[in-house]
Each structure stands twice: as C-alpha cells, then as structure tokens.
Design a protein around this ligand. Structure first.
Ligand code: GDP
Ligand code: IMO
Ligand code: MG
Length: 447
C-alpha cells in the first residue's frame, strides 16, 4: 500500500496528466485536491487524446475510483460537458465521486475574473478567465456556494437570491456590466445539481475508508509549485495550493498517511500568463521549443512562453514539496538542439544566488547563470530504457538530477503511455530523504 502525491514542479503543464494516467495503473483511488477548470490535463492512449479539466486523470481505468476533493472549485457546466465527452467515448464515469464541500464556480465568478483582469490593465495576472480566483475569494470571505448547497433546492434559492443581488452591485457599479437574473441562474444550477447528484458524497469518509483498507491512493495536483498561492511567484499565481501540502487540506487526509511525493517537470520550462520567467527565450529558440513541444494551453489555447530548464526553481520545488523523486517529461522536445542550457543559479544585482527569492520584485531582477551542455541531435522518442538513450541525453539527465538533488525515476519521451522510461519504481523505490543520510548526493539517477 502506498499513498502518493503527484505535483507539478514548475508553472503548470508539466505533463501531470500523462504521469498520473501512467501511475494510475497501480492506484485504487485517484483524488484531485485543488484547482478548478483552469487546469488542462492531456492524456494520449493508443492515439486517442483526452483533455480533462476537473475529472482526475485516473478516469480511464474502470476499476480506479476517481474523486474530486473538497479543495477544488467546481464549474458544474464544464464538469458536465466533461462527463458527456467521456460518455460519448464509452468511458464509464460511474466511479467518479464529488466532494460535498468543494466550492462551486458561479457565472458571476467568471464575469468578475474577466472584468477585473481587464481593469488591471498592465497589472493583469493573465488568468484563465475561468472564475477561479473569485470562487476561492468567496470561499475565504465565507460567501461561497458549496456542492452540498446545490443539493438543497430551497436553501439554494434563498442563498442565491441574496448572493446574486449582492454580486450584481459589483457587476453593475464596479464593472459597468449588466446584472444577472437570479431566477435564471437558480434554475440553471438546479438543473446541474440533478445531473451531479448521483456522484456527490462525503469524499473524506470514502478516502479514509480506502486508507483503512490499505488501498493505493494517488493524489493528483493541478497547476504547479510556482503557481502556488503561498509558495509561488505571487501575485502571478493561482488561488489554491498545488504544492504537496495542499493534498492533505484539499482532501481531508492527515499528513501521516502520505508515503511519497513525485514531482513532474519538463526538460525545459514553460509558463502561461504574466509574471517573471528568468530563463524565458524570445526569438527562434523559444519558437522552436514551442513548435516541437506543441506548447499551446489545453484550457485557453494560449501560446505558452518557453525557456531553458531552471534548476533553481527545480531545487526549490524539491524542497517545498518534500519531493522523493521526479518524472522528467518532454525530453524528446530537445532532440534537435545543438546545445542545451541549464540555469544553475541567478545573478541578483551582481550577487550569485542559488536560492529562489521570496520577493517577486527580486525574482523579476534575477538573471540566469547558465551551464551549457551538448545536445544529442538524434531522436529519443523510441527509447524505452536508459541504455537506449544517447550519452549526451543521459548526461543531461544526470546533471539535472545532481543539481536538484533528486532522483529522476521516470523519463518521458512522447505523449503516449509507452513513450516512457521507468528508471526506478517511483512508488516503491527508496525515499529521497533516506538516500543521503550524510547530506551528500548518492545515486541520483540510478543508471
Ligand atoms: P499537465 O497540465 O501537467 O497535465 O500538462 P498538459 O497536458 O497541459 O501539457 C503537457 C502536454 O505535453 C500535453 O499535450 C501532453 O500530451 C504532452 N506530453 C506529455 N509528456 C510528453 C513527452 O514526454 N513528450 C512530448 N512531446 N509531449 C508530451
Ligand atoms: P495545469 O493543471 C498552466 C495560470 C494562468 C495564470 C495563473 C492564474 O494544466 O498545469 P487562474 O485562472 O488560475 O486564476 O490563473 O495561473 N494557470 C495555469 N498555467 N497550467 C495550468 O494548469 C494553469 N492553471 C492556471 O495562466 O498565469
Ligand atoms: Mg495543463
């Protein structure tokens, strides 16, 4: 039995969907613990592509229970569209459970998200416009609507009449937008409620029961460490806690129940939306990574900003998440390059630093200090073992593992399940903390 958390180690889109799908093979339960339909997780199985926003990436396994935990925010319209899409593809969603205490994204959240971004002008965050920030803001302000409220028609009518009239003042007076019709929204959401009702339960009880029965639970994070509300590049972050610690809060599971944390990182870096990005590449190289990596957002279709691998944020993600091992994705995207750079430290106002700064203003002034490695200039998409890799690719992986002081347990060389090298068992292999009792790096990439 092992309870594992899978997190994004960069700014999202690291390939968590692929890795979660892969690891779900040995999971009995997969739980999404934060975020909402801002997430876009792509899974490719036998040439068929699945794009998921809220439904956990374990859904393709009929015997794996999938849970949307209490730390998420749920847009019922998009969730229902996702259920319909899977049904059309003959994929059962009977094993999907939704937390009663997750918060619900309402039409006014989306409107306020988009209008406030416009009002911010050059200070905009570059959100997905899906109402995520305003939904979490209402949760904190204690004016949120929860899934259990949706399930109580009389209570919902009363609550929404008050809330929508209150939100209409903001829409009309602050943003010059037309007001919402409370009755229309109430009827719409009552319809959604009936569709979702069979899936809604106290998920924390289900998870606790699964833990007691020693079933394998995989906690699936959305977004990434640098988008974390508390630990990311604030204010250019999302409004939840994608870091491993968020998995406990977002599901109702105690930290003592977690066995392992697996980080997912690309072999380079991407970011969508605004905010500092020290290793960003403008020009031809950035375009090349974008083209070869098909770096366009799964949720918004926006072009992702691309840059070199940043080992400073990599090390930070290892620390903040207590990462045991890493899955490194999209190594194949680098196949054609003559040489590859890795940011090993920052230059901040003339001072070398190997640490991620807490101040965003300071982060914006960080200039990358690079180490240049030779490229391998052959395709790696067919490689299935470390021995299949060209020496320069192997050296690149070893260099990253040593810099971040974390073993690379999985290497991904394409979007499909089979385009993967399992270096060591990510779930049952040795824990990172136990690898270096004297503080020195041991075998970081078991080659
Ligand atoms: P997530 O949000 O972390 O799940 O990542 P996304 O699904 O938004 O973006 C990752 C993209 O890269 C998807 O289109 C995946 O199909 C694709 N992908 C995942 N792993 C690999 C890989 O190793 N190589 C290549 N070329 N594509 C990959
Ligand atoms: P997955 O799970 C990449 C980014 C947005 C924006 C910031 C805040 O697919 O990795 P929000 O709508 O959350 O208020 O936007 O966070 N962002 C993501 N970037 N992948 C994601 O999810 C993201 N979800 C949010 O682009 O910069
Ligand atoms: Mg994504």
């Amino acid at each position: 039995m092992a309870n594992v958390i899978v997190i994004g180690a960069q700014w999202g889109d690291e390939g968590k969907g692929k890795i979660t799908d892969l690891l779900s093979r040995s999971a009995d339960v997969v739980v999404r613990y934060q975020g909402g339909v801002n997430a876009g997780h792509t899974i490719v199985v036998k040439g068929q592509t699945f794009k998921l926003h809220l439904i956990p990436s374990g859904i393709l396994y009929p015997n794996t229970d999938c849970i949307i935990g209490c730390g998420t925010v749920i847009d019922p319209q998009i969730l229902i569209a996702e259920l319909d899409q899977l049904k059309e593809l003959n994929i059962s969603t009977d094993h999907l459970l939704i937390s009663e205490t997750a918060h619900v994204t309402m039409p006014y959240h989306r409107l306020i998200d988009q209008a406030s971004e416009e009002r911010r002008g050059s200070h905009k965050i570059g959100t997905t416009g899906r109402g995520i920030g305003p939904t979490y803001a209402d949760k904190s302000e204690r004016t949120g609507i929860r899934v259990l409220d949706l399930m109580d028609p009389d209570g919902l009518r009363e609550q929404l009449e008050w809330t929508i009239n209150y939100k209409n003042v903001i829409l009309e007076k602050l943003y010059n937008l037309p007001p919402l019709d409370p009755q229309e929204v109430i009827e719409q959401y009552l319809g959604y409620a009936e569709r979702l009702r069979p899936h809604v339960v106290d998920t924390s009880l289900k998870i606790s029961d699964a833990i007691q029965r020693r079933r394998n639970i995989l906690f699936e994070g959305a977004q990434g460490t640098l988008l974390d509300l508390d630990h990311g590049t604030y204010p250019y972050v999302t409004s939840s806690n994608p870091v491993a610690g968020g998995a406990c809060v977002g599901t109702g599971v105690g930290p003592t129940m977690i066995d392992r944390v697996i980080g997912v990182s690309k072999a380079y870096t991407t970011r969508v939306g605004e905010g500092p990005f020290p290793t960003e590449l403008d020009g031809e190289l950035g375009e090349l990574l974008c083209d070869r990596g098909a770096e366009f957002g799964t949720t918004t279709g926006r072009k992702r900003r691309c840059g070199w691998f940043d080992a400073v944020i990599g090390r930070y993600a290892v620390r903040i998440n207590g990462m045991d091992c890493m899955a490194l994705t999209k190594l194949d995207v680098l196949d054609e390059l003559e040489e590859i750079k890795v940011c090993v430290a920052y230059d901040i106002d003339g001072q070398r630093s190997e640490h991620f700064p807490t101040s965003s203003r300071q982060f914006a002034r960080c200039r990358p200090i690079y180490k240049t490695l030779p490229g391998w200039k052959v395709s790696t998409t067919h490689c299935r073992t470390l021995e299949d890799l060209p020496q320069a690719a192997l050296d690149y992986l070893k260099f990253l593992a040593e810099l971040m002081e974390v073993p690379i347990a999985i290497v991904s060389l394409g979007a499909s399940r089979d385009q993967t090298i399992i270096v060591e068992d990510p779930i049952h292999g040795p824990k990172r903390a136990l690898l270096h009792p004297d503080g020195t790096p041991a075998t970081l990439l078991s080659a």
